[in-house]
Ligand binder design. Structure first.
Ligand SMILES: NC(=O)c1ccc[n+]([C@@H]2O[C@H](COP(=O)([O-])OP(=O)(O)OC[C@H]3O[C@@H](n4cnc5c(N)ncnc54)[C@H](O)[C@@H]3O)[C@@H](O)[C@H]2O)c1
Length: 312
């Protein structure tokens, strides 16, 4: 069986690629390397440096004939989506339509899509939010992910293209980009390894649902193989964790002497976000296996081993 992974040079996509290859799948990666790195791409995967909006993507489908598409490529920066909603929509909506059109033409069996539990629900009415929670995105990024889900619904209804949308919570782990705006775990780890003080935005009591990337890769494998009629699954832990707790856990692992430093709160930042994963547990038979402390330790070890020798 062959899987085309878009965004397979990125943080989550490359972890999925490794897992697929371990499971014996043939893997093809299409990634424009805008945020991903070629060195992340497993040597056993066939790599195409390609923008998902490019009409040439059809040539990849024509020659590779994937059985499944795991669509991870996206513009994922919420602040960029606010600053440039047109570019954001081009990549996340038009790029997705380009993929779906090719899936129909080349008879792909199923698409697994990287959606978001954090940005789709907006300010939550209930904690944790189930998949049935109203979708009220408050960023262009969240709107594009919800729109992609609507397109997949349409392609299934009209053309019979099967799909699963996985609404991830806050994913962390090896290969996460520590230089972006998102990814508080990677940002804090880098600061602490450099013996600097990370700045906690506001009082640090804002919460998120942190899920380890290996568990997310596992959910993607199960989404490919599971033939349940359900299409949308939250993929998180259901546990609300404050930014202060992340800081204190990393402090314990890396640098017990680091001072806790707070900056101004980020305007418009969501206060609480946590998703209910009962549906994934019952239907996909998925559940997060890595505890927060174990996941943080593995992530610290990964970044620590890759630091230049002089700064270790
Ligand atoms: N990281 C999280 O916590 C999180 C949470 C919810 C959803 N997601 C979604 O998961 C997916 C993967 O995110 P990530 O955190 O690994 O980000 P990432 O930036 O590391 O990965 C995205 C990959 O897509 C590639 N890409 C971007 N635009 C492209 C284009 N036009 N054509 C081809 N490739 C392109 C990038 O080069 C990169 O390799 C995204 O769809 C993101 O929206 C991530």
């Amino acid at each position: 069986m062959k899987v085309l992974v878009t965004g397979g040079a990125g943080f989550i996509g490359s972890n999925i690629v490794d897992r697929l290859i371990d499971e014996g799948y043939d893997v093809v990666v299409a990634d424009d390397l805008s945020t991903g790195k070629e060195e992340n791409v497993n040597a056993k995967a066939v790599f195409y440096k390609m923008d998902i909006q490019d009409p040439q993507l059809e040539a990849v489908f024509r020659s590779e004939k994937p059985d499944y598409v795991c669509h991870q490529a996206a513009q994922k920066d919420v602040r960029f989506s606010v600053a440039d909603p047109v570019s954001d929509a081009r990549i996340n909506i038009l790029g997705t339509i380009n993929i779906l059109q090719n899936c129909i033409k080349y008879k792909v069996k199923k698409v697994v899509f990287a959606s978001t539990g954090g940005a789709i629900y907006g300010e939550q009415d209930v904690f944790p939010a189930p998949e049935t929670h109203p979708a009220r995105p408050i960023s262009p990024y969240g709107v594009t992910k919800l729109t992609a889900e609507h397109y997949m619904y349409y392609y299934r209804a009209v053309y019979g293209l099967d799909y699963v949308s996985l609404r991830y919570s806050n994913v962390y782990g090896p290969r996460q980009d520590p230089h972006g705006e998102a990814g508080v775990v990677a940002i804090f780890i880098h600061k602490m390894l450099d013996e600097q003080e990370p700045v906690i935005n506001g009082d640090g009591e804002q919460t998120r649902d942190f899920v380890y990337v290996g568990d997310v890769a596992e959910a993607n494998i199960l989404a490919i193989t599971n033939d349940a009629a359900e299409n949308i699954f939250n993929i998180g832990t259901g546990v609300e964790v404050s930014i202060n707790r992340i800081f204190n856990s990393l402090k314990e692992i890396i640098q017990p002497s680091v001072e806790e430093k707070h900056g101004p709160p980020q305007p418009g930042e969501q206060r609480r976000s946590v998703i209910d994963c009962t549906r994934a547990r019952e239907i996909l038979h998925w559940e997060p296996k890595i505890s927060l402390m174990d996941g943080l330790k593995m992530t610290c070890e990964y970044f620590s081993a890759r630091r230049p020798a002089h700064s270790r």
